[in-house]
Design a protein around this ligand. Structure first.
Ligand code: PA5
Length: 468
């Protein structure tokens, strides 16, 4: 069985798409020198410890065993495993669950076996979070509080609420049995609290940011509790690292994909759609949207010049969005590049039965399968977009399992690092996110953020003047 994921970029080029919107080979070749330079930079930065995500596939086996052992010990005691975290501390786990667990894992006891129900509420919506609390039997629940900084308002609020509930129902001494903290070991309030309460902890390496952390304990602990093969996930990432060890643009899928996105952006395709044709990959698209948006949306470049760059990532799902967004992609402005995710083999086949032979408009479906229908819909949409001169490319997964998903995560992370160099920006910071967090801290009265509160009070933005 072929295990390598593939990148098909033919529909990016003039031969298929026409010269008005299509690229040509020379445009790629012209960037080879630059690619050599970036390749050297990435290798050097990795050696200097600045590319933490590239170290994750090669992390110490003992650390993985610790994760596995912890999950194995605790799994039998619990019915619910709940991640408290947001953004990069939640989206990787959600992507893993949707991709690799049964779609109805939480309600199907027949497929769950010894795996707990899995919840990643992510948001702090009071209705949703409150409803989850109502549903959980706290005695059989383990909360994994994930926060690299150890101070994010949403995550710490979720922690304070669940902590109180556990104390009220089970007593303060049981906090250590119902919480685990995944956080920076060097700084932050969460590590301080965990030590104080005797809560076990797992580390988030200092050089790995939230959106690049899915292959760190952030995603791996979740994977271990979910019963996934986390060794295979890492093995897939190593496999992709090897495939991307060349500077040759035509042979390095991460670099080629990044460059094509960059060239399309320069030609006015400033929106990048991630369009999986498998429901299982829907939340990988969500994870990727954050990776792309937070890493690439930047005001200034490395030289401090104001650039305000960043492709807008859009998430779609086939075939659902054929009946929603595709009309816009086909006929709207030529400002998008479409990235299909295609799956060759689904793990099950569902046949469409023969019926209503006398009604031609329905009977033609009989004898086909949902698999064939979904794959055909992708091919048809791809062809129609290509005929309409809409640039598009496809990442093909032989099947969805840990190995191919590990490859995909790593490919998309490395391409983000590479395109960041083309834009000459720092992909690993997020000053815009920090600014919003600081205002929130100020408004909520956190010490040290009084200045943000003063700015907020003085700001005309929250006057009622324009509210109708
Ligand atoms: O990717 C990022 O850095 C962010 O999305 C963070 O993951 C998010 O803001 C949560 O931060 P923290 O893990 O520090 O609570």
């Amino acid at each position: 069985m072929e295990k390598q994921i593939r990148l098909d970029v033919s529909n990016m080029f003039a031969e298929k798409i026409g010269s008005e919107h299509g690229l040509n080979r020379e445009q790629v070749d012209d960037f080879q020198k630059k690619a050599d330079q970036i390749h050297r930079y990435i290798r050097e930065a990795k050696k200097e410890g600045k590319m933490g995500f590239m170290e994750l596939p090669f992390q110490d086996h003992h650390k993985i065993e610790e994760i596995e052992n912890f999950a194995a010990q605790r799994k039998s005691e619990i019915e619910n495993f709940v991640v408290l975290g947001i953004g990069g501390s939640a989206l990787g786990s959600i992507a893993l669950q949707t991709a690799l667990k049964d779609p109805y894992h939480n309600i199907r006891t027949d497929v769950r076996n010894d795996t707990p129900r899995l919840f990643v509420p992510d948001n702090v919506d009071p209705v949703r979070f409150g409803s989850l609390l109502d549903e959980l039997d706290l005695e059989k629940t383990l909360f994994n509080v994930i926060s690299k900084s150890g101070g994010t308002a949403e995550t710490m609020s979720q922690f304070l609420i669940t902590r109180q509930a556990v104390i009220e129902e089970l007593g303060k001494e049981s906090l250590k049995d119902h919480f685990v903290a995944t956080t920076s070991q060097e700084s932050g309030y969460l590590i301080e609290i965990a030590k104080q309460e005797g809560i076990p902890t797992f580390p988030i390496p200092g050089n790995v940011g939230g959106r690049f952390s899915v292959l760190s304990p952030v995603g791996l602990l979740f994977g271990a509790f979910a019963g996934l093969d986390i060794y295979e996930l890492l093995s897939g990432a190593r496999f992709m690292d090897e495939l991307c060890s060349t500077a040759d643009l035509w042979n390095n899928p991460a670099y080629l994909n990044a460059l094509l996105e960059y060239l399309a952006y320069q030609e006015g395709k400033k929106m990048s759609v991630m369009f999986p044709y498998a429901h299982r990959l829907k939340d990988v698209a969500d994870w990727y949207r954050q990776l792309w948006a937070e890493s690439l949306g930047k005001e200034v470049d490395r030289d401090g010049k104001e650039v305000n760059v960043g492709p807008t990532p859009i998430k779609a799902l086939g075939a659902t969005d054929q009946h929603s967004q595709v009309q816009l992609y086909m006929e709207g402005p030529y400002d998008k590049i479409i990235n299909f995710l295609e799956v060759k083999n689904f793990e099950r086949k569902l046949k469409i039965p023969d019926a209503y032979q006398e009604i031609e408009g329905v009977s033609y479906l009989g004898g086909h399968s949902l698999n064939h229908l979904l794959q055909t819909e992708k091919k048809a949409t791809e062809l129609a977009l290509t005929k309409r001169q809409r640039v598009n490319k496809t990442i093909i997964l032989p099947e969805i399992q840990e190995h191919t998903l590990g490859q995909l995560f790593y490919l998309l992370e490395l391409q983000t690092a590479f395109i960041g160099e083309l834009f000459n920006i720092n992909v690993f910071n997020q000053p815009g996110v920090e600014l919003g967090k600081s205002y929130a801290y100020g408004i909520l009265g956190r010490k040290g953020y009084q200045e943000m509160k003063r700015k907020y009070d003085k700001s005309p933005d929250h006057s009622e003047e324009f509210i109708v």
